[in-house]
Design a protein around this ligand. Structure first.
Ligand SMILES: NC(=O)c1ccc[n+]([C@@H]2O[C@H](COP(=O)([O-])OP(=O)(O)OC[C@H]3O[C@@H](n4cnc5c(N)ncnc54)[C@H](OP(=O)(O)O)[C@@H]3O)[C@@H](O)[C@H]2O)c1
Length: 329
């Protein structure tokens, strides 16, 4: 099969299309013929050699796909899936390819009303957002959530999920265009971090209380201000380190607020952990997708063979929402 390989870590040209052996469906897995694969920041880090696949995962990049089931592995016959079913899937790797083997618990039905190609934009962000905002931070109706990187793949999903939960949503982004897109998705408080102080803006929007939950992709650079922006009993969940990994934490300020700081990684969870999250997404987020309350936001599509161009676009950071790779079957 055709796939995108990374013979040596490096810049975007390190992504090399090649013929590689197609995977087979192991016990508990199904094979999916890929229609589209989502591009994620984690793939960029993997390409640079900074984010190796977890043990046992495919060496090929790609954390999510959409496509059609082409084979059922041992022990999956009674799991409710058939050859030909249109699906999307959360992966530990291997999505930049014509075929991928998927643990059966990581499959989701392709949502009705969404083109199959676009369904590839959903699994990674929906699972990351639901697991962190709800399963970890317990975001609930009436609370305020602050989302950094509001126009990112993660951010555009997080805005929609948080609004569907009934939360007030504050976002940060680096341009007026990005903030306008966040507003169109339902964000209530828009902060251009190049011109405004997000701590002041969030406090002003909450009568001085601060954010009950913060979902952060920046890390070290924002740690002191995130603690300042947190409400009493607030929960800060760090999922990205775009602004560095080592910061200073004022434990006194955290203690006074009875705050919580957590950092999580979806990819490193074992298949059972991913399956639990996928099941929760199917139960809670998929109905919102069916109702049109949550939708994938696709900025651009590149043929699989041009994965390098997709990575250059992601690294230029002008995109809003998701970038996809398409596979011509
Ligand atoms: N822990 C997990 O399980 C998990 C799972 C999925 C994703 N993530 C993380 O979530 C983050 C977003 O992922 P994504 O796939 O949605 O990425 P993405 O679409 O490329 O979004 C990243 C956004 O972050 C903003 N940003 C802030 N500081 C930045 C910096 N120093 N360099 C580059 N961009 C910066 C940019 O928007 P502005 O122009 O507004 O700054 C950019 O659009 C990544 O850090 C990724 O690793 C973590």
């Amino acid at each position: 099969m055709r796939a995108i390989t990374i013979p040596e870590p490096g810049e975007a040209d390190a992504l090399v299309p090649a013929d590689v052996p197609a995977p087979t469906a192991g016990a508990g897995e199904v094979l999916v013929d890929v229609v589209a694969a989502g591009v994620n920041r984690a793939d960029v880090m993997q390409r640079k050699g900074a984010y190796p696949p977890p043990p046992g995962a495919s060496e090929l990049p790609g954390l999510e796909v959409s496509g059609r089931i082409s084979a059922l592995g041992e022990g999956t016959e009674d799991a409710g899936w058939s050859v030909g079913d249109e699906v999307c899937a959360l992966l530990a790797g291997g999505g930049y390819a014509e075929t991928v083997a998927v643990p059966v618990g990581q499959l989701l039905p392709a949502p009705d009303g969404i083109p199959l190609e676009d369904a590839a934009a959903l699994p990674e962000v929906a699972c990351t957002v639901w697991s962190n905002l709800v399963m970890e931070a317990g975001l609930s109706e009436g609370e305020t959530v602050l989302l950094h990187g509001g126009s990112s793949g993660i951010g555009t999903m997080a805005i929609q999920v948080a609004k569907a939960l009934g939360a007030q949503v504050a976002v940060t982004a680096g341009s007026a265009d990005k903030l306008a897109a966040c507003r169109d998705l339902g964000a209530d408080v828009l902060v251009n971090y190049r011109q405004q102080d997000f701590v002041e803006e969030v406090k002003a929007a909450t009568d001085g209380r601060g954010a009950d939950v913060i979902l952060d992709v920046v890390g070290a650079k924002y740690l002191p201000d995130n603690i300042r922006a947190l409400a009493r009993d607030g929960r800060l969940v760090v999922i990205g380190l775009l602004g560095g990994r080592t910061g200073e934490l004022d434990l006194g300020a955290l203690l006074a607020k009875r705050g919580r700081v957590q950092a999580t990684s979806l990819r490193s969870r074992p298949p059972e952990g991913k399956a639990e999250i996928v099941a929760a997404v199917r139960e809670h987020v998929w109905p919102w997708v069916a109702q049109g309350r949550v939708r994938p936001l696709v900025q651009s599509r590149h043929p699989l063979e041009e994965a390098a161009a997709a990575h250059r676009e992601m690294e230029a950071s002008q995109h809003i929402g998701k970038i996809l790779l398409t596979v011509v079957g």
